[in-house]
Ligand binder design. Structure first.
Ligand SMILES: C[S@@+](CC[C@H](N)C(=O)[O-])C[C@H]1O[C@@H](n2cnc3c(N)ncnc32)[C@H](O)[C@@H]1O
Length: 430
């Protein structure tokens, strides 16, 4: 049964001032400069798994420091790799994380490693040594065309390593090794591992052929050891820093945020919705999901729910969005736009419904272009929500120099975006 939406009463008192333009209504900031205590975006457990279009932790930290208090509950309906969860835990806040991508369920127990004891390097190395020697186990992902993505000898070795890992106790050590196996399973495949989407390229095929003429097995296992040990160190640092933290981070991957019930009332929302185009999170992480034991059917089902690749069930209107529509001639782009706003707003509205009065909703978005037309996302969201019981409080503009899109890839101007915006809405006491 699909959930019915409760729309907030229309309250014109809180309209976004119409005369404001993007340049005069915004506060120009650099989140990196505002949060100088974070010098490395991949610090502690943030970088143990690659994920497309991650938040930089500075934005989240700034929103947490400015709009929440210790002990508060924060909801993120587009949690992705869980950046909000990690920052919330570090700042002694609680969090509810939701995302369509099942990867969240695999990542979070490691990213928020709550045990108070340090992990042992010797035990990890013993497991890695046994995995290296073992030929007795085999795991092949339930993926109809797995052979298309691997040279046969590489697939064979990976299937032994994964088989071994699935045969041992599924504890934190096994989870650490899995993060390393995910890394090599992508790197030693025919897909371009430096770009988010799964795509076989001539360049990568040639690179793998070259590798196969070298000592590729040694190179592969070296990466597995290095990455596993690095992850163990990150977890131990996390344990050290959070010795006295008692807060809670609940997470649910594999859910459609438009329709899931947020399990509790929250004091703030901090999120970054999917990109309007050029990003397919499920397809980008499909290889990881298969190795982690998910099936073709599960993954196809999730892809069908992904924003903005599904049909709109209502059409959102705001003055700025309607202006964009008027300028767009291509019907396929109209559909994409309708789908994007319908489902993004459904998910935001669903989560914001569970915010307490006076709570802040902090929504981080870009200004994408569609057919050459700029879509001022923050303004559209501000217009929509200020008609429904939210006060438009503020918008910050961060002119990004480099944006980490995926792992090591830096893109100066993804999707034609030059700036990113943190929109702050305040729930009124209705
Ligand atoms: C910009 S990413 C969020 C990245 C996250 N802030 C981080 O730091 O890792 C947007 C997320 O929206 C998720 N998403 C797309 N459609 C969704 C849906 N219908 N329900 C829930 N999440 C969805 C994608 O899986 C993706 O993780």
């Amino acid at each position: 049964m699909e959930k019915q939406f409760t729309l907030f009463p229309i309250d014109t008192e809180f309209e976004v001032p119409k005369e404001r333009t993007a340049s005069d209504g915004v506060t120009l900031v650099s989140f990196r400069e505002l949060v100088p205590e974070i010098t490395d975006t991949g610090y502690l457990t943030h970088a143990i798994v690659s994920y497309p279009a991650k938040f930089i932790p500075q934005v989240v930290r700034y929103a947490i420091n400015t709009y929440t208090q210790e002990g508060d509950w924060i909801v993120d309906p587009f949690a992705g790799s869980g950046t909000v969860g990690v920052e919330a835990y570090l700042c002694k806040r609680n969090a509810v994380l939701l995302d369509l991508n099942l990867l969240l369920n695999h990542i979070m127990p490691l990213k928020i490693y709550r045990e108070k004891e340090q992990l042992h390097k010797e035990h990890l190395c013993k497991l890695l040594d046994s995995m290296r020697e073992s030929k007795n186990h085999r795991f092949i992902p339930s993926w109809s065309n797995v052979q298309y993505w691997y040279a046969p000898e590489i697939l064979k070795l990976l299937s032994h390593h994964w088989g071994y890992i699935y045969s041992i106790e599924q504890d934190v050590y096994a989870a650490i090794i899995k993060t390393a196996l995910l890394k090599v399973s992508k790197r030693f495949s025919y897909t371009e591992h430096r770009t988010p989407k799964l795509a076989r390229s001539k360049r990568k095929l040639a690179a793998i052929e070259g590798l196969l003429r070298e000592n590729w097995k040694d190179q592969l296992i070296e990466i597995v050891y290095d990455h596993s040990l690095k992850t163990l160190r990150s977890l131990n640092d996390f344990v050290m820093q959070t010795q006295h933290h008692q807060n809670q981070v609940d997470f649910q991957g594999g859910v459609d945020s438009s329709y899931i019930d947020v399990p509790r009332e929250c004091d703030a929302l901090i999120t970054s919705p999917p990109y309007l185009q050029a990003q397919e999170y499920i397809r980008s992480t499909k290889m990881e999901l298969f190795w982690l034991g998910h099936t073709d059917e599960e993954i196809k089902e999730l892809s069908r729910l992904e924003i903005p690749y599904r049909k709109a069930d209502r059409v959102i209107h705001t003055p700025t969005l309607d202006k964009v529509r008027d300028q767009l001639s291509r019907p396929d782009l109209h559909k994409r736009l309708d789908s994007y706003f319908c489902h993004t707003i459904n998910a935001l509205e669903n989560a914001m419904y569970r915010l307490k009065p006076n709570a802040a909703a902090c929504i981080f978005v870009g200004n994408p272009r569609i057919d050459g037309i700029t879509v001022e996302l923050w303004r559209i969201l501000a217009e929509y929500f200020s008609e429904r019981g939210y006060l438009f409080e503020k918008v910050y503009e961060d002119r990004i120099k480099t944006r980490q899109l995926f792992g090591v890839r830096k893109n100066k101007n993804p999707d034609g975006m030059k700036s990113e915006f943190l929109l702050i809405l305040r729930k009124t006491a209705v």
